[in-house]
Design a protein around this ligand. Sequence first.
Ligand SMILES: [Ca+2]
Length: 403
Amino acid sequence: MIIDQRVLIQVIVLKGKVSKAGHFVKSFFIHYTSLFYFIGYSFFNYESSKSFSAYKSFERLTSGSLTGTGISGAPSLVCYDNLGCFNNFPPFHNDVLPQSPLDQNLAYVLFTQKNPLVPQLLDCSSPETIAVSNFDNSKKIYVIIHGYKNTGLDIWVRQMAAQILTKEDANVIAVEWSKGASGLYKQAAANSRIVGASVAAMLDKLASSNLYTIFTPHHIHIIGHGVGAHAAGFAGKKSPWIGRITGLDPAGPLFEDVSAWARLDSFDAQIVDVIHTDTPGNGQIGLGISKSIGSVDFYPNGGIDQPGCPPAAYSLEDFLLGNIDAIACDHLRAIDYFVASINNCEFLAVPCDESIIRTAPLTCNSCGYQGCARMGFNYSPTSSFGRGSYFLLTTPTFPFCIA
Ligand SMILES: [Ca+2]
């Protein structure tokens, strides 16, 4: 299952000048882990580096009225041009600060019906870059944000983009931050704040450009998995342009007990729909968040374990140290359900109280006055009903829906 690197990416040369390609130094490397095909790429763009390299100390920004270090003397706040400043005070649990976009290799790639398989690298710092791409401002924008230990060019990202483009003529932008998501979990959790802020800046850049004047929130749907779901939330807290966020098993560790400001929340977009597939329970920890945090929260099969996935046997310590392998089956199944929901399954779910879903889910069997709702891509964000918690059963294998 090795991706042909010759077609891995199509670089947009700024202003159409081949000579400008010298500003990019690309390197591709492929790592194989027991579960993930870890595909990363890095590039260096001179213009981007100028805007993102301005790491400023807190002292310089505050004229000495406050200190920029914590009790231990370690830095407690960082600021990045165009993105703002980030501290690690409560409600943020992280004892590390988020890394810069450059240090995370943060980048965006575009899939459209004209290029459903070969993504185009977008440099949103220059409208000219967008203009020479296949980006079409008259069509909807889907943004896909991967999570911990994943990449923006993972197989599932490409499959999701392909399924969306099979259904709809749209812009699908995949966020690549694999370097920021590859270290210790707590660093990736902190980095998700920068990813979200950068996505918001990208959308603002598109919206503020004279080339793209018809932006409305209905145009934009962000889909994030794991830690990437919280990155989508951080984007929503900063941008007015986001109509819908889908959180695919939003990460639980370091996010479960924090306030809404420090995680994905129902107020981060007009509609926030969440699919929970690996919440703690049955004597195991889970990689997903338990609480209902969206406008609507789906708990397939109860949201703890998924049919077809082996029992997970791992420790929280292993997870926090980045020792992830096949343990993530339940966690990744949220992605599988969403991909299947685009063109293959209706995934009709019944409303049910969250506590009943946890204790006696099979008693949830009536659409009732609240009405049933479709889980996944085809959830109707314009419905005035269909909010709250929902339960449904799936099968163990693709396309997972019960006939
Ligand atoms: Ca589980």
